[in-house]
Write a protein that binds this ligand. Sequence first.
Ligand code: TYM
Length: 335
Amino acid sequence: MSDIETTAKKRALSCVQPSGILTLGNYLGALKNFKAMQDDFECIFAVADLHAITVRQQPAALRQQIYSTYALFLSIGLDPEKSILFVQSHVKEHAALSWLLSCNTQFGEMARMTQFKDKSAKHADNINVGLFSYPVLMAADILLYKPDFVPVGADQKQHLEIARDIANRFNNNYGEVFKIPEPYIPPLCARVMSLQNPEQKMSKSDENQNAFVSLLDDKDTIIRKFKRAVTDSDNKICVSEDKPGITNLIGIYSAVTGKSTAEIEAEFSGKGYGDFKLAVGEAVAEELSPIYENYNRFISDKAELDRMFREGAEKASYLANKTYKKAMKKVGFVL
Ligand code: TYM
């Protein structure tokens, strides 16, 4: 039995797509929590590479991004000795369970997904079936490992709800197989907004480089991007619904410094946007600087990353295979 099965800790699972260098949004909405959960939970984290091809990818770039996303996991402090860290496509049960779940998911349920609507509007020339059934694969990623919690940003909440619906339906139809997981969405920065359009979430696939901070941006770049952040014409630093740009920056500053909104408003009372943006840029640069240094070390040793991939896949496969076989048996397949 693997170690992870012998402890009484609650289990957490999450995945990140390797569709570009990860952003400050990914970090504050998800990865920072992964790190915080690592000691108190049995953690399982994967690079969701199968999901990435729902949008066209250059093969060489995809390969590189799989390595770089995994190296970023390590760089923020995820430790393969404490958590299972693996690449989704290395564990065959994800795609296989996704088929069983697809046959227990309604077309109408998928058609309602807001991410599908957004992405099909954005990639109108490639509205493929994988893009449509993406949440079913995500449900398989989760349900295979029977986690108690799934730490994600707010944009994944709807997908998590559908995973719970699919699991309940399957259990009702065939008998108890899946655990019903709870979302674990951070109170702060669950939705970090674009620096160029604070009505839109910060995204690694944004064509405008100034709209997001990459985890590998250097200090000068980070500060420059915050200086250019779009805000309103007023000059008052406070959280307000009609000040989405400043509200976003206050959230980011609060998440990286640990200061409350009230403390931040007091600290910058009477000061201008220029001072505040510089302070946010410097605080973010300081938070991210160790990541940048660690990353260069991890990414330069592909053989070691390959070894970690194999070890992670072996541990994950052990757990995934047990759940998959149970589901197959319940449906009536001969094993
Ligand atoms: P992905 O790769 O888009 O994002 C990875 C994680 O980062 C969070 N996130 C954000 N949080 C706050 N503000 C933002 N601007 C922001 N942008 C991204 C996401 O909510 C996510 O937690 N479908 C998933 C990947 C996935 C998955 C899973 C997640 C595949 N299988 C199973 C959990 C469990 C996705 O595309 O995330």
